[in-house]
Design a protein around this ligand. Structure first.
Ligand SMILES: Nc1ncnc2c1ncn2[C@@H]1O[C@H](COP(=O)(O)OP(=O)(O)OP(=O)(O)O)[C@@H](O)[C@H]1O
Ligand SMILES: [Mg+2]
Length: 421
């Protein structure tokens, strides 16, 4: 039977804390497992003086019907608000089903999703969520994460398991186990240790966010806390801001959406820093600053071998107008190859090669002249070579972990000249 599912899309407008109904999403099956999505803004939403577009590239404020046949009928900005790998595992385990549709994931995901959107079956949005887990609950959360990630998920009674899942239920994206917690003045993403981690990833990520800031990058604020002998990383959410008892919520999209693409490897040629820089010039309120900031991040990722710098790991945020969001999810990947390492995104005329000449080759697209780009790269390389170890130790990494991570920093192939690939 051909199915059709519909839901309302809510939004928290800039500076406000209560959601309003922005429009309706309809996903219909068109046969052969294909889906078509349609979205319309509500008339009363469009008549608001402060109505804001859901995203800056696709769903412009208009009374037309937007249509898409891509991504199971999902529009990019709505897909970004939908849970990713970790959030989907939780929903599947909670409902004990694996045959869920995109609409099911949207409707079953908790309200802590990134950005300003919400979804539901009622025309009137529900009250916003005010209360989140507290730091004091972190030990309980870490145990719940271990129960969910351990093979088979057999520990405890069914009721206890359901409670654990609700406890950590989060629609924040990404693959690593995480939960959202609150302290007096902000919301934080807690990223937990995983039993298969080779080194202390929480401390390593905290160290890299700190090192990035030292290199002039606008990186998310972070800290670590020791829970049952292991570090948990806390990253402050930049898409929420405490306002009295509530939170302002800022619109946010991934670079997948900015480039109108998806995770399908067939679209790999669109996964590119250069294309992000081109695109942001169209909608960022500070295009030159953002393009230059993006250049720094691309150089930083090359110098620390962060090869997991895919399009979901770069975002745009609208507190009021659209800007590049702070940097997040920065991790070194110690590889054995010393000749050539590739980023996840194209970074120059020679593809993804994390190499000084390649990074400079397209620098005008990032609003830099080659001489300026060269100086920035040299400064960052010096800073990282001289500073990574101290920063890592200060962040709590052991000497043994530092030995594992050492090959990630300023690898020899970065300086190979005369590349021909
Ligand atoms: N400080 C932050 N404020 C708001 N949203 C954030 C923040 N940090 C990350 N996010 C959002 O949460 C998602 C998941 O976070 P993150 O990328 O750190 O997790 P991950 O599980 O390590 O991801 P991956 O699957 O790339 O390894 C990001 O893709 C981004 O949309
Ligand atoms: Mg990520």
């Amino acid at each position: 039977m051909i199915s059709e599912r519909e839901c309302y899309v809510y939004i928290v407008l800039p500076g406000e804390t209560e959601p309003v109904t922005a429009g309706r999403l309809l996903i219909s099956e068109t046969g052969n497992g294909e889906y078509a999505g349609r979205f319309v803004y509500g008339k009363s939403y469009l008549s608001r003086a402060n109505a804001a577009a859901i995203d800056p590239v696709e769903l412009h404020l208009s009374d037309r019907v937007f249509e898409t046949g891509l991504m199971g009928g999902m529009f990019g900005a709505l897909r970004d608000a939908s849970p990713d790998l970790w959030g989907r595992i939780l929903i599947e385990k909670h409902l004990n089903r694996t045959d869920l549709s995109e609409m099911d994931y949207l409707l079953n995901s908790p309200d802590d999703r990134i950005g300003a959107l919400g979804f539901g079956l009622n025309k009137v949005p529900p009250a916003p969520k005010r209360s989140f887990n507290k730091s004091i609950d972190l030990e309980k959360l870490q145990r719940a994460v271990e129960a969910v990630t351990s093979s088979g998920y057999v520990a405890g009674s069914a009721a206890q398991r359901a409670e654990e899942l609700l406890l950590i239920g989060t629609s924040m994206g990404g693959a690593r186990p995480k939960a959202v917690i609150q302290d007096e003045d902000a919301l934080w993403i807690a990223k937990f240790a995983h039993h298969s981690d080779r080194y202390d990833m929480a401390a390593a990520e905290h160290a890299m966010l700190t090192l990035a800031r030292d290199c002039g990058i606008n990186a998310a604020e972070s800290r670590t806390v020791k829970i049952a002998g292991r570090n948990v990383l806390l990253v402050k959410r930049f898409d929420r801001e405490k306002r009295g008892a509530d939170y302002c919520r800022y619109r946010m999209i991934s670079s997948l959406t900015a480039l109108r693409t998806d995770d399908n490897p067939l679209n790999r040629d669109k996964w590119s820093y250069i294309l992000i820089a081109d695109e942001l010039r169209r909608f960022s309120s500070e295009p030159a600053k953002d393009a230059r900031e993006l250049f720094r991040r691309m150089v930083f990722n090359s110098l620390i071998t962060n090869t997991d710098d895919h399009l979901r790991n770069h975002a745009f945020l609208a507190r009021d107008k659209w800007r590049l969001a702070p940097a997040y999810d920065l991790l070194p990947f110690p590889m054995t190859s010393t000749e050539r390492r590739d980023l996840a995104l194209v970074c120059g005329k020679h593809g993804r090669y994390a190499n000084v000449d390649n990074l400079i080759s397209e620098c005008p697209r990032f609003m830099y002249r080659p001489e300026e780009a060269g100086v920035i790269i040299e400064d960052m390389a010096k800073h990282i070579s001289a500073g990574w170890y101290k920063t890592a130790r200060k962040a709590g990494l052991s000497d043994k972990d530092c030995d594992i991570l050492r090959p990630a920093f300023v690898y020899p192939g970065f300086y190979t000249h005369g590349i021909s690939t």
